[in-house]
Design a binder for this molecule. Structure first.
Ligand code: GLA
Length: 350
């Protein structure tokens, strides 16, 4: 038996920028997917949490979107690895994950990366980390049809304990920035699953590409604030890129209040200009700020899922508990919160 782990991620700031060649600042989370595998003829994977077992040919010939449920991610991974030359070796495996599904914490990226590592290992096949991230991004796209960016899979692979990752999504470079010890990261699930995310995500991406094309640019990464001042979608991307770079600077010097304000501005931009928030996410972010967080914002694609907040280390429990109580009272929804740590990226399990 060999074991591989891959963490989920939380994005501190920089949403809907990755597919615009922009900047993001995620971290690999201490919630992870673990695959335990031994060599076999076919690819048989059983989830320890969700009913069902998949049984697929090892050569990547199964059509991902014809496979039900989470099995389509495995079929996607098999497909893209076969295209990159992975020999058709199978595994008998179990998968187990602490990353909550459908919450904006990249449970699917964690599954793809952990499975890809186990499958590469079983076949004696190796891909450099960046190639592995690109393969898993493509696996997500073929499995779901969603034209996602590179952030989730790259964060899961390139994670660095105690650090956030400043990723330049054009150059595909990763610059780890230490998280100050006095900073607490809180992730709160709104109690609302993500909805409409699939079609709306593709629409937003198409809007961004159309805006770049109108300006004659390769991507919105290259646009100036003046060029996009009357286009809310593009305005979000341009202002968010600037906020990510400013947030990275604030983090390096421990300017936590400034960082908090940037998170709040990011949320406002995602709500007003990019229109991917929900009333519940707005309320939850506001409740966390009112309870004493430096700042809070929706994290990931939006349309439900989680809010990330930063708070002083010694006040984090109090802030999260108070916000959760108020949010519960106002919505009748059940929020769940975690204090999270940044961990190392995916690999064999010690
Ligand atoms: C999803 C996608 C990422 C990214 C975020 C929004 O998580 O998979 O590539 O676009 O949404 O920032």
């Amino acid at each position: 038996m060999r074991e591989f782990r891959a963490p989920g991620r939380v994005n501190l700031i920089g949403d809907h920028t990755d597919y615009n060649d922009g900047f993001v600042l995620p971290l690999a989370l201490d919630l992870e997917c673990v695959v335990r595998a031994k060599p076999a003829g076919r690819v048989r994977v059983r989830s320890l949490e969700i009913a069902g077992e998949i049984d697929l040919p090892a050569d990547g010939s199964a059509e991902p979107r014809e496979v039900d449920g989470w099995g389509r991610y495995a079929a996607g991974v098999l497909r893209v690895l076969a295209e990159r030359g992975r020999p058709a070796a199978g595994i008998d495996a179990t998968v187990s994950s602490t990353v909550p599904a459908g919450s904006g914490l990249s449970s699917s990226a964690a599954l793809e990366v952990a499975l890809a590592l186990a499958l590469c290992d079983a076949a004696g096949f190796e891909l450099p980390p960046l190639e592995l991230a690109l393969a898993c991004q493509e696996a997500e796209q073929v499995a779901t049809g969603v034209p996602c960016g590179i952030m989730d899979q790259l964060a899961s692979i390139a994670g660095h304990a105690g650090h956030a990752l400043l990723i330049d999504c054009r150059e595909l470079t990763v610059d780890p920035i230490p998280l100050p010890p006095e900073l607490a990261l809180i992730v709160v699930h709104s109690g609302m699953p993500r909805e409409l995310a699939f079609s709306a995500y593709a629409e937003r991406r198409a809007d961004c590409e159309a805006a770049a094309a109108r300006l004659g640019l390769a991507a919105l990464r290259d646009a100036t604030p003046e060029q996009v001042s009357d286009d809310p979608r593009a305005r979000h991307v341009v202002s968010e890129n600037a906020r990510v770079l400013e947030a990275a600077r604030a983090l390096r010097v421990g300017a936590l209040e400034r960082l908090g304000r940037l998170l709040s501005q990011s949320h406002a931009s995602l709500r007003n200009d990019f229109e991917v928030s929900t009333p519940e996410l707005d309320l939850l972010a506001g409740t966390l700020e009112a309870a004493g967080a430096y700042g809070a914002r929706l994290t990931g694609a939006g349309f439900g899922g989680c809010v990330v907040a930063i708070a002083p280390q010694d006040e984090a429990e109090h802030v999260a508990a108070k916000a959760a109580t108020n949010y519960r009272r106002m919505t009748d929804l059940e929020p769940t919160w975690h204090r999270v740590r940044a961990v190392d990226g995916a690999g064999p399990r010690a």
